[in-house]
Ligand binder design. Structure first.
Ligand code: PLP
Length: 386
């Protein structure tokens, strides 16, 4: 969009595949939408009641700049209990979700031209999040043949004197991959050797179906280089709450605070009070979510095993199924359209998540089994999958 009123650096921004789904979902009356990661699972009623109560009790004003003190304390307690990881109250800033958390992080760490490595397939919005504060995205493509594991020697080739950080998103959107302790340790060692930061995007932390549940922040005691990004969007099914946090070294957090005072000032006070109730009730709330999403992804996994030209590995985390459609001979952008036109099911093209995602589609299990069944009954009738 070229206009003298728009800053030139925004003229060439490419629209992400995800941004097109608003129009695509309206193409037919009966589209089953399995595109955006916004599930139907209801937010916990007890938490909503608590937020209402807290709002009536006067929590409708600005909070501390770093976030509601009670919420920060509760978060510290949670990390200690869940991961044995300890940090101070000035090493956390509450944010309006993971997107805002990543923006504050990038704004705080990047000088013009600094590089951030994303491990592909990767969450689409990392690109603008890195580029808006004038950084440069460097993509390291993992391979589906290697089950999307990080080949540490290959990864190392992407490090330059301008590397400022790497983002590890585990469980990963879109692949559901949970990176092995060897991969995480290897990257942490390189961070030490080459002096860069490790940004752990842990927003699917509670949706990890493997035994490898260790949070990246807990690999080292008082890690200086690890920045943890978290959100209540997926783990608590509260995408609209817009609540999350960043945990990092206190100087970094102080910088994020300064940036945020110009961006958001303070976070929604009622959401923050809800956050306290959510953390306190997390075991119960997340048990339900975990079981439901696990059931859904396993249902699709079983269905896909019985279809032609489409395969997937056993889901490790998240509520996405990343299915390989290479055998169809059709690229992921074209098959995206074809599935919508022939089955009226809207998924996302794997190539929207970087080159490593070509030949895949991402199916978000955002609806119950009945609707997933209907979607797959329709897809199964397509010539390419028969
Ligand atoms: N990070 C990853 C990997 C995501 O998948 C998403 C949303 O889908 C986000 C961050 C941002 O989520 P939110 O801003 O709702 O916390």
């Amino acid at each position: 969009m070229k206009s003298p009123y728009i800053a030139k650096r925004h003229w060439d921004f490419e629209e992400a595949a995800l941004s097109k789904t608003n129009e695509m979902v309206k193409r037919y009356d009966d589209v089953i939408d399995l595109s955006i990661g916004d599930p139907d699972y209801p937010a916990d009623k007890g938490c909503i009641d608590k937020m209402h109560e807290e709002a009536l009790a006067g929590h409708t004003r600005y909070t501390e700049f770093l976030g509601d003190e009670d919420l920060r304390r509760e978060t510290i307690k949670q990390y200690k209990e869940d991961y044995g990881f300890d940090f101070d109250e000035d090493e956390i800033i509450i944010t309006a979700g993971g997107t805002h958390a990543m923006y504050l992080t990038m704004e705080a760490i990047l000088d013009e031209g600094d590089e951030v490595i994303a491990i592909a397939p990767y969450y689409i919005y990392y690109q603008p999040q890195i580029e808006l504060p004038r950084g440069k995205l460097v993509v390291y493509n993992t391979r589906s043949e290697d089950n999307f594991d990080v080949d540490l020697a290959e990864f190392e080739k992407h490090i330059t004197s301008r590397t400022k950080a790497v983002i590890i998103n585990s469980p990963n959107n879109p692949s559901g991959k949970v990176y092995s302790p060897e991969n995480v340790r290897g990257i942490l060692e390189m961070a030490e050797k080459y002096d860069f930061l490790v940004i752990a995007d842990d927003i699917y932390g509670a949706l990890n179906y493997t035994d490898n549940k260790k949070a990246i922040c807990s690999y080292e005691e008082r890690p200086k280089r690890v920045i943890t990004i978290y959100s209540y969007s997926k783990d608590y099914s509260m995408t609209g709450l817009r609540l999350g946090h960043v945990i990092a070294d206190k100087e970094l957090i102080a910088t994020m605070r300064r940036v945020n005072e110009a961006v958001n000032f303070t976070i929604n006070s009622m959401s923050q009070r809800l956050g306290i109730a959510a953390i306190k009730g997390r075991k119960e709330i997340q048990k339900g979510l975990y079981e439901e999403y696990h059931k859904r992804v396993m249902y699709l996994y079983e269905r896909i095993q019985k279809m032609k030209n489409i395969t997937c590995t056993k889901p490790e985390g998240t509520f996405y199924v990343f299915a390989n459609i290479k055998e169809t001979g059709i690229n992921s952008m074209d098959i995206w359209e074809k599935i919508l036109d022939e089955a009226h099911v809207l998924v996302l093209p794997g190539s929207g998540f970087g080159e490593a995602g070509e030949g895949f589609i991402r199916i978000a299990c955002t609806v119950g089994i009945d609707t997933l069944k209907e979607a797959f009954d329709r897809m199964e009738k397509m010539e390419i999958f028969k």
